[in-house]
Design a protein around this ligand. Structure first.
Ligand SMILES: [Fe+2]
Length: 377
């Protein structure tokens, strides 16, 4: 039983196809808003490829210097580009760049005069019916977030200590270009944290209340590719054939959770990030095996899940994840992120994100969440 939907055209190909991808958009856009990461992107190989293959378009480039965009960042970017009448967006980068591309596609020509208006607009989902929304093309340069095949974007509201979401079915990318060569220069810590994020997307999709026969196929394929190849990628990061395995693992994880969403691990990850500054993939995966223990009796065909991990118990998964943390330089205990019991109490209280915790196959109390957190303290 179940249904599956994902409208993104996926091209596993070189970035050079970008010109053909844009030309294939029905109304033939000529003005392109290009979102890239900051730093040396323009002089990188990918930057030069884009310059060559976007030559016939009028391009305005917006360099994204930040990660985990806050609502004030989004407001600033809306102001920066409001004079440019872009007809489509190309986002090339990690999850933050792709989420901003998706957000700016949703907000095209909307009247946003202040951060508080933007906050209301997002909370009330006023962007969902925006007739001026434009298509966007996703080019991920990390293997993890899955933003290229999901219809939601995370925007943080640090002033109020909450995570906001821009989320509607018409925000799927027009096309996702998966070019594993773009990930070859990613540093070890980012390679590991994004891959572990994808591992959570796949695993949580597998046991989600919304899991189905189609999403579970993507989940299992994603898990085995990530678990089998992550150590080798960390050892030999420039090897594009290994990078392709992680890129496919991340893509399949994205396709799985695009239809199921995530569960308790992601729900707990948001206050872990807000309170302890943990990067997203680490905040999500640090509880993965412990949540699996709680969920285990409720997981459909749990034997297939263990087999995809190549293990026979949740404890072995805990050990594998701790090993990946160690290889990439992350501690695996909350005390090393400067947690204490008072902070853990607060995190447990804020761990019940709507649409995430209630998507977990087993209901948890605040006390049970606290026990999980204390078990990795
Ligand atoms: Fe995630």
């Amino acid at each position: 039983m179940g249904s599956y939907y994902n409208p993104v055209k996926i091209k596993i190909d070189s970035l050079e196809v970008i010109e053909n991808v844009l030309s294939a958009i029905s109304y033939k856009p000529s003005k392109v808003l290009l979102l890239t990461r900051g730093g040396d992107f323009s002089t990188s190989q990918a930057g030069q490829t884009l310059e060559k293959y976007l030559a016939k378009f009028e391009v305005r480039q917006l360099e994204i210097q930040i990660s985990n965009p806050d609502i004030e960042d989004l407001f600033r970017y809306v102001q920066l580009i409001k004079e440019f009448d872009y007809e489509c967006i190309v986002g090339i980068g990690g999850g933050s760049v792709l989420d901003l591309a998706k957000s700016l596609a949703a907000l095209k020509k909307m009247k946003v005069d202040s951060v508080s208006i933007l906050r209301t607009l997002i909370k009330d989902k006023l962007y969902a019916e925006n007739p001026n929304r434009v298509p966007w093309v996703a080019v991920p340069t990390t293997s993890g977030t899955g933003s290229e095949v999901t219809c939601w974007a995370t925007i943080w509201d640090n002033a109020n200590g909450v995570k906001l979401s821009i989320d509607t079915e018409n925000l799927y990318a027009h096309t996702a270009i998966i070019d594993p060569a773009l990930t070859a220069t990613l540093p070890m810590s980012l390679t590991a944290s994004t891959a572990l994020d994808a591992l959570c997307h796949a695993t949580e999709a597998y046991w989600s209340k919304n899991s189905n026969e189609i999403s579970r196929v993507y989940s299992l394929e994603a898990i085995s590719r990530i678990v089998q190849n992550l150590e080798d990628v960390l050892t030999d990061p420039q090897e594009v054939s290994l990078r392709k395995e992680l890129a496919l693992g991340s893509l399949y994880a994205g396709l799985a959770f695009s239809n199921t969403r995530t569960t308790a691990c992601h729900s707990m990850s948001y206050p872990l990030t807000l309170e302890l500054g943990m990067v997203h993939g680490i905040a999500a995966s640090i509880t993965l095996a412990k949540v699996m223990e709680v969920n285990f009796a409720s997981i459909f065909e749990s034997d297939k899940l263990l087999k995809a991990f190549g293990v026979s118990s949740c404890q072995e998964i805990q050990e594998r994840i701790e090993y990946f943390f160690k290889l990439s330089g992350f501690p695996s205990r909350l005390r090393d992120f400067h947690a204490n019991e008072e902070i853990i109490e607060k995190i447990a209280g804020n761990a019940f994100t709507k649409g995430r915790m209630d998507n977990n196959p087993v209901d948890m109390t605040k006390e049970e969440v606290k026990q999980i957190l204390m078990s990795i303290y």
